[in-house]
Write a protein that binds this ligand. Structure first.
Ligand SMILES: Cc1ncc(COP(=O)(O)O)c(C=O)c1O
Length: 492
């Protein structure tokens, strides 16, 4: 052995692992977060979305990084907590992002400390087993039989892509082909854009995405499926899958799964349900009829990080026939597992897009274990009931209108007093939203329906109440009147 210097552990690395520093800063952070949870629930003194322009925000952090290294984490954390959007705030009514129950933060802390990989069993066996139990129980609640399976993955977008990749492999396997002639999907024109992306990622392009029109309720016109199917066959296309919305992103509309399933079964076509947002209603006795027939789908995506009080990303991809999930990717990786062909449920990386897969099931499992599945049911019932209540408030007002009766906790509406010309309504509502959100008073989003701009709410915080929604309408009215005055649109 040539003479060499023994490598010594560097000082800074030693310092980065100091347990006492961790204990001290960790206790401080838990206290900061507990205080924050208490304040955010009430939402009284904090802007729901503290607004600063993107470049100014960025400069702040660049300046901090250029200064000398600083161990004072408390002020840094305090800034992050105060300046972030507050999804827990009663006035958070924007995108479909959960108000996470506080236990999520503890589960993430633990998962990060252990850094378990869940693609390979050996790299995180308790986390893999937890994921298995979560999936099995979710399948039971959904109504799948014992042959069902699935796994957690990084978001609804990836879950939908993976399901569609499986559909393609399953069809190729059934037909004994290594590729399919002109593969295509049939999907509601109101589907989330990630389905479009999936078609592009698979190389199917525009021609591979057949959009089925929606009816006045924004539900897929399932009665048109046979005609579109015949036309596709005439063009030499292979319809690999139909994607049903449960529910759609823009208006929260649920497609009729039973009717779509009848069609798919008749033609032996894979049925995938994009339930990223709304398939969560499987937990609710009151609202599960919205997804009647979901157990007939070949695959279903459900995001816990939308309606199920779990922080991002926590997506379940479920398969009616668990064997299908092994078809998606077959890979040679002798450094990971001894037998590439063996169906080892516990080496999840054989079936997932991810190789290093983080701990994805722990948070939802912990909520389920701690409070029971009724936690999810109660939350959904509250949000959907509130959605219907709000719709009634709009219907009874004489200056707001709904484009469609809401079917979920997603509600579109707009301010349209009779005296305002129709061509002014888009600019008026756009002004109202922008002024409202940059003031920090409420966070809401907007969408376009039939060329018209609508304000869009997702009721997601457990702390939003009827009083919050009354307050919202008053704020919007005041902004609307301000716009009309400034633009001389009010009758004198
Ligand atoms: C219906 C639907 N599908 C898929 C997605 C994408 O899910 P994720 O944001 O988890 O990737 C969304 C997100 O809003 C959605 O509403």
């Amino acid at each position: 052995m040539p003479e060499m210097q023994t490598p010594l552990r560097p000082n800074l690395v030693q310092q980065a692992f100091d347990p006492d520093f961790f204990r001290h800063v960790g206790h401080q952070l838990i206290d900061q977060l507990a205080d924050y949870f208490q304040a955010a629930q009430k939402g009284q003194t904090m802007a729901v979305m503290p607004w600063e322009k993107p470049d100014e925000r960025t400069n702040h952090f660049q300046t901090l990084l250029e200064a000398a290294p600083d161990e004072n984490a408390q002020d840094f954390f305090a800034y992050l907590i105060a300046q972030n959007i507050h999804t827990l705030h009663p006035h958070y009514l924007g995108h479909q992002v959960a108000s996470p129950a506080p236990l999520n933060a503890l589960a993430d802390l633990l998962a990060s400390a252990m850094n378990s990989g869940t693609g390979v069993y050996e790299m995180g066996s308790p986390m893999v087993a937890i994921e298995r139990v979560l999936i099995k129980n979710l399948n039971r609640v959904l109504g799948y039989g014992p042959q069902a399976d699935g796994f957690m993955t990084n978001g609804g977008t990836l879950g939908n892509l993976t399901a569609l990749l499986t559909a393609r492999q399953a069809r190729q396997a059934r037909e004994g082909l290594s590729s399919l002639p002109k593969p295509a999907l049939m999907v509601s024109e109101a589907a989330h854009y990630c389905v479009d992306r999936a078609s592009k990622v698979m190389g199917w392009g525009e021609a591979g995405l057949i959009k089925i029109p929606v009816d006045a309720q924004y539900q897929m016109r399932a009665d048109l499926l046979p005609a579109y199917y015949e036309q596709a066959l005439k063009e030499g296309k292979t319809i690999v899958a139909v994607v049903a919305n449960a529910c759609s992103t823009a208006t929260g509309a649920y497609d009729n799964i039973e009717v779509i399933a009848d069609f798919c079964e008749m033609h032996q076509i894979w049925l995938h349900v994009d339930g990223a947002h709304g398939a969560a209603v499987i937990f609710s006795d009151k609202y599960k009829k919205k997804v009647e027939g979901i157990h007939r789908a070949d695959s279903v995506v459900i995001d816990f990080h939308k309606m199920l009080l779990t922080s991002a990303l926590t997506t379940a991809l479920l398969y009616k026939n668990g064997d299908d999930s092994y078809l998606t990717f077959s890979q040679q990786a002798s450094y990971l597992w001894a037998d590439d062909e063996e169906r080892e449920w516990y080496n999840l990386g054989k079936r997932t897009f991810e190789c290093t897969k983080s701990t994805l099931g722990l948070k939802a499992y912990l909520l389920w274990r701690t409070y029971g599945p009724d936690l999810f049911a109660q939350h959904i019932d509250y949000l959907y009931d509130l959605g219907h209540y709000f719709a009634e408030m709009i219907a009874q007002s004489d200056d707001f209108a709904l484009p469609v009766a809401p079917q979920s906790n997603i509600i579109c509406f707009r301010y349209c007093p009779t005296e305002v010309p129709k061509e002014e309504l888009n600019a008026l509502n756009s002004f109202m939203r922008e002024t409202l959100i940059t003031s920090g008073a409420f966070y809401i989003v907007q969408t376009q329906l039939a060329g018209q701009l609508y304000l869009r709410l997702t009721l997601i915080s457990p702390f939003t109440t009827v009083a919050t929604l009354e307050d919202l309408l008053q704020n919007l009215r005041a902004l609307g009147q301000q716009y009309l005055l400034e633009n001389r649109l009010l009758p004198h």
